[in-house]
Design a protein. Sequence first.
Length: 160
Amino acid sequence: MIKTDSLTRRLYATDASLYEEFPSGVAFPETVDDIRALVTQSAEKNFSITARSAGTSLAGQTTGDGVIMDVSRHMTSIIEINTAGRFARVQPGVIRDTLNREAAKSGLQFGPDTATTNRCMLGGMIGNNSCGSFSIKHKTTREHILEVDTILSDGSQCGV
Ligand SMILES: Cc1cc2nc3c(=O)[nH]c(=O)nc-3n(C[C@H](O)[C@H](O)[C@H](O)COP(=O)(O)OP(=O)(O)OC[C@H]3O[C@@H](n4cnc5c(N)ncnc54)[C@H](O)[C@@H]3O)c2cc1C
């Protein structure tokens, strides 16, 4: 479902940046199938989709005049922390510090230390290739990504 009431559109017209643009609607996907349906609909009805997790971007990345797709409300699960393989599988709305609190129980951590770690989410960290003051030691987000499940513009699913 895409929400189009003016309050919701107003709430999603800004992010942490100085930019402001009224979206035509906001979607809150709960599953991969919801995202696929939204992408299919965007192709049929010719609107753009702007993904958003915590919205802490500084250059207007999560503002747009199409539909804002907010993954922070429902897609917040840590699917697996694999201690032996030293990897985690997460949904895009998992907060970086939440992941690390869970990973710490296995003696692991996800290194990139963006200043906004207590709210920024893995989807947005991948989108921005986030890193922080320890980037020399911990590198950037992309250097820790093993695989990303994506929905392409034709609605097909692709693991890259
Ligand atoms: C005070 C402050 C300090 C900051 N310090 C740093 C810093 O030290 N280092 C740094 O790198 N950045 C920093 N930032 C910028 C920002 O906080 C980080 O880049 C953060 O990791 C973004 O995460 P987010 O969840 O807010 O992403 P968002 O802002 O929500 O999204 C970021 C990008 O990812 C895309 N995206 C989000 N989810 C998905 C998805 N599911 N699928 C596809 N694309 C998606 C969005 O469309 C957007 O382009 C700072 C920002 C602030 C306000």
